[in-house]
Design a protein around this ligand. Structure first.
Ligand SMILES: *Cc1c(COP(=O)(O)O)cnc(C)c1O
Length: 355
């Protein structure tokens, strides 16, 4: 499909201090937009970021058909803009869409839109390690209809935002024993907007009780660990890397997948299996638990220094973490070109003339 490109007449890039970017508020010059109507994707266009006009009966607002992705573009030391495993994100948004009765976005359209948009706004990628151009592809229903049924029309948009190095202070976790994130048969495996709305209340409670994030347990027994906040979780027990198996309730993180490959490649034994909260406390008691960390595109690694569960607590010394640092260093090195890309994960983006 032909992507129409309308370039901005006046870039806003000079208004932004790339060394001090407030998270989630600064958008680059352009966005990609396409419409789904009568069974096909049409009107593919890159244009200056502008407001949308929506009918008040927009189906997504009422019944929540809305899915998204989160990825990052970075620049290598030689100045080449690049993406990390973009085809994995193209596939995953379609898995999320299928669960929500939404149409697939052809992978070629997703990838071409991504390349053109990032190529056009490549000056917006902050060059420092840990900084990046955060990319937010998302799709939502656009039918004007107040009935519970799948929408017939949709919008697919890609926004990009320069972001500084993510908050990397070690975090404390409250293992949640009242609220759940995802149950078997539910939508935990989809990157669906409503999942995040549902997590806000327990997250707020955790913060009120003095914790940074929620450690989600399974919905049936409150026994098995699922995820941390909006990240996948890893444990190092007796030098073995352990992460919960994806069983339909856990988001299949691309960072999670990359980490498993990297750890195996560096000689670690990696186990994807059920991990109970009791096992974690027992391992800590026996001094076998050496690391706990979250994994996701935004922060890459988020080290955990404390876990609270039902009146008991584990405290960890994050300064001695080696496995978490290994993962962070490899991902960062692949992105800036200082680590050889033997996995073929890095995809260069062709720079396009912005004005
Ligand atoms: C996006 C997300 C992750 C991390 O996925 P990545 O592909 O690694 O960014 C983990 N858990 C949840 C709930 C998520 O939404």
């Amino acid at each position: 499909m032909e992507i129409k490109i309308t370039k901005t007449k006046k870039s806003k890039i000079h208004e932004v201090d790339m060394n001090n970017i407030p998270f989630g508020q600064v958008f680059s010059d352009h966005m990609f937009v396409a419409d789904y109507k009568n069974g096909e994707w049409i009107n593919a266009e890159i244009k200056p970021v502008e407001n949308l006009s929506l009918h008040p009966a927009n189906l997504a607002l009422h019944y929540g058909q809305s899915v998204f992705e989160g990825m990052k573009a970075s620049v290598k030391r030689d100045g080449t803009p690049c993406l990390l495993r973009p085809e994995m994100h193209a596939k995953r948004i379609n898995l999320s869409a299928e669960r929500m009765c939404m149409p697939a976005i052809p992978e070629e359209l997703f990838l071409e839109a991504l390349h053109k948009l990032v190529g056009l706004d490549s000056d917006w990628i902050p060059p420092h390690d840990g900084s990046a151009l955060y990319i937010r592809p998302y799709m939502f229903a656009t039918d004007e209809y107040l009935g519970v049924r799948p929408s017939k029309s949709y919008k697919f948009i890609i926004l990009t935002l320069p972001v500084g190095p993510y908050y990397t202070k070690p975090v404390s976790l409250k293992a949640e024993t009242q609220y759940v994130r995802a149950a078997h048969g539910g939508v935990g495996e989809a990157k669906a907007a409503g999942n995040y709305a549902a997590s806000l209340y327990p997250a707020k409670k955790a913060v009120e009780e003095g914790f940074d994030q929620v450690l989600w347990l399974d919905a049936k027994e409150f026994k098995y660990v699922q995820e941390v906040g909006t990240m996948n979780i890893f444990f190092v027990i007796d030098d073995v890397v352990v992460t919960p198996q994806t069983d339909g309730t856990i988001l299949k993180g691309i960072t999670r997948d990359s980490f498993i490959t990297i750890f195996k490649d560096h000689g670690y034994k990696v186990e994807e299996r059920l991990v109970s909260i009791d096992e974690i406390f027992e391992a800590a008691e026996q001094e076998k638990l050496s690391e706990v960390f979250g994994a996701g595109t935004a922060a890459v690694v988020s080290k955990v220094h404390k876990i609270h569960h039902d009146g008991r607590e584990i405290n960890l010394d994050t300064k001695s973490y080696k496995v978490a640092d290994l993962a962070y260093d490899i991902i960062t090195g692949l992105r800036n070109g200082t680590v050889e890309d033997k996995y073929d994960w890095i995809v260069p983006v062709e720079v396009l003339e912005a004005v």
